[in-house]
Design a protein around this ligand. Structure first.
Ligand SMILES: [Zn+2]
Length: 286
């Protein structure tokens, strides 16, 4: 792992991580005017980053490149949520574009091949991490390279509680500890406070929203499609719809009946591609 290529990769990953930390902490200060374009300004003057070549996609089992995602809107959905207010609830992003958003939950499997795949394909996705699960094995360090792997400014780590409880069974105070405790841990570890929260099992109540809003969450993110081992399941209809949020997990062969995480992701990307969609970054929209 000490080849010149991996050294260069590490340097690039480090640069991207710094860029990410600066960008995300800059947009979580809560002082932004609702109409201020939060994401497009710094990137509009820079030349677009090169897309992965067709060979990279073929290396990971795809027939050809995923289409480049469209330019995201100048205002994010959460731009109107003021600090401390109840967060927005997002199941699906309102868009006419044929894009979907990948999300990976919990943080159990730490497959180094998935890091290579994400870097090779510059894959945009969101990671919803649970402290008690993500901390296992090589710990949070695994997610640093995954943050840097996405297109600039990188992929974000977001909140999925401290211990993955069914929040509806907990008191308001216990919910606050689960959500705000993980906000603090992720902010300390990654340098920016999460703005998105996903409740375990999709279970929440009014106390969840109050607790999340109170510690800086701007949107509660649910999902419309779920990736299994080979196929996706849809909340409505038999296929993807524009703006669908896709739920997947950091899982390996023991949870996937022998299938690796990268094979599962290949299956997911092939399905997305076959349905005429491409992937975009959730934080550019929400
Ligand atoms: Zn989970």
């Amino acid at each position: 792992m000490s080849s010149p290529v991996s050294g260069l990769r590490a340097a690039l990953a480090c640069a991207a991580a710094l860029l990410l930390a600066g960008t995300l902490s800059g947009c979580s200060n809560g002082s932004s005017h609702p109409s201020r374009p939060e994401t497009s300004a710094p990137e509009s003057s820079a030349p677009p980053a090169p897309r992965p070549d067709a060979a990279a996609y073929r290396r990971w089992g795809l027939d050809g490149p995923l289409a480049p995602p469209p330019v995201p809107p100048s205002t994010r959905l959460t731009a109107t949520v003021k600090p401390g207010e109840a967060p927005q609830i997002v199941r699906r992003v309102r868009t006419a574009d044929k894009i979907v958003f990948l999300t990976f939950d919990d943080g159990a499997e730490k497959d180094p091949e998935f890091v290579k795949m994400a870097e090779d394909l510059k894959l945009p996705f969101t990671m919803f991490l649970t402290d008690s699960i993500a901390r296992s094995g090589s710990g949070y360090g695994y997610f640093d390279r995954l943050r840097a792997a996405g297109p600039a400014p990188g992929n974000a780590v977001q909140n999925h509680t401290l211990t993955h409880p069914n929040l509806r069974t907990l008191s308001a105070e216990a919910q606050r500890k689960e959500i705000c405790g993980q906000q603090d841990i992720l902010e300390k570890r990654f340098g920016s406070r999460p703005v998105l929260f996903r409740p375990p099992y999709g279970n929440y109540n009014d106390q969840t929203l109050a607790a999340a809003g109170g510690c800086g969450v701007r949107a509660v993110v649910l999902w419309e499609a779920t990736m299994q081992i080979n196929d996706m399941r849809y909340a409505e209809g038999g296929g993807l719809r524009p703006g669908d949020i896709v739920l997947a997990h950091f899982r390996g062969p023991s949870e996937l009946k022998g299938t690796t995480m990268t094979q599962m992701v290949t299956n997911m990307l092939r399905s997305i591609q076959k349905q005429g969609y491409t992937v975009a970054r959730l934080e550019d929209y929400v």
